[in-house]
Design a binder for this molecule. Structure first.
Ligand SMILES: [Zn+2]
Length: 296
């Protein structure tokens, strides 16, 4: 079986052909021009997909909240105007006459890591991605936890600071306001104006900037607090950490230490904290896996 998979984000549409073993047979990336809106985005996607042939199914990973069973966009923010309500599955099935699976990008990445990446040995795991915000996918018994509205796993909006910083979701004190990469850069910049992005933060840290080191250490504690809450809730054998920032050894080592001070030892002894392996291909491969499991 060959799957044609696409990963739709605010900035890029990635397209890949995937074998049933999870091998990426081809890969291409195109600008999404998402600001032109959902209908234009779908037209562009259809145009790109029509350049391929010889596939059995289509798997779509997309930004926004997704009803994965209907293959519709429940809600998309202003990054893709007029995308809310888009019947992605129906449009693509009518156009290409093959079964189509549609999944939210964060859940797709979690499925990808479980099928072909860092969590391949686990049926139960959490997959967290640290970037502009914090995305989460919760997999229990090999299945994504969807919840009543299909939107479970929004770990970025765990409230870790009562009355804290205002979040894009409308609440105050959400985890991602303190533990995302954006939050790290914001705090490091207060200590050192040269810290304009994650790379600059680690350049300063490695050059021995003590104020930046203090900001990074404090951020690691923020990350650990959210992780501890999740560890105590799910007692998972594995947590996959994604996002470029998690490649830093200083962060990995710091997290191991920080977790020991906020999580119960009985929860940590059987738990592995692992790095995501599939990088920016995780969503694409997860969408392909989701498509493979469709019934004809
Ligand atoms: Zn929030």
């Amino acid at each position: 079986m060959k799957i044609l998979a696409a990963d739709i984000g605010g900035t890029a549409i990635k397209i890949g052909e995937v074998s049933d073993k999870g091998e990426l047979l081809s890969f291409a990336e195109h600008p999404a021009d998402a600001k032109k809106g959902g209908p234009a985005l779908m037209e562009k996607l259809c145009g790109l997909l029509s350049g391929y042939s010889g596939y059995d199914r289509i798997g779509i990973s997309t930004a926004g909240q997704v009803d994965a069973f209907r293959g519709e966009i429940i809600f998309a923010n202003e990054n893709i105007p007029q995308y809310t309500g888009m019947k992605v599955k129906q449009i693509l099935e009518e156009r290409f006459s093959v079964p189509v699976a549609v999944e939210n990008d964060v859940n797709a990445a979690a499925v990808g890591e479980g099928a072909f990446g860092a969590a391949r040995d686990y049926d139960d795991y959490l997959c967290l991605t640290f970037g502009t915000g914090i995305g989460g996918g919760i997999v229990l018994g090999g299945k994504i936890l969807r919840g009543a509205g299909g939107v479970a796993g929004e770990v970025g909006h765990l409230i870790t600071h009562k009355g804290g910083l205002l979040c894009g979701c409308g609440a105050r004190g959400c985890y991602e306001q303190y533990a995302s990469t954006t939050a790290l850069v914001r705090e490091a910049k207060k200590a050192c104006p040269a810290c304009v992005d994650g790379r600059a933060v680690f350049a300063e840290l490695n050059a021995g900037n003590a104020a930046v080191k203090a900001a990074v250490d404090s951020w690691i504690e923020e990350v650990a607090c959210g992780l501890a809450s999740l560890i105590h809730t799910f007692n998972p054998p594995c947590i996959v950490l994604g996002g470029g920032i998690m490649n830093e050894k200083y962060i990995q080592d710091g997290l191991d230490t920080a977790l020991k001070s906020v999580a119960m030892a009985s929860f940590l002894k059987d738990m592995k904290l692992v790095r995501a392996e599939l990088g920016n291909k995780a969503g694409l491969l997860g969408a392909a896996k989701w498509a493979m499991e469709l019934k004809d």
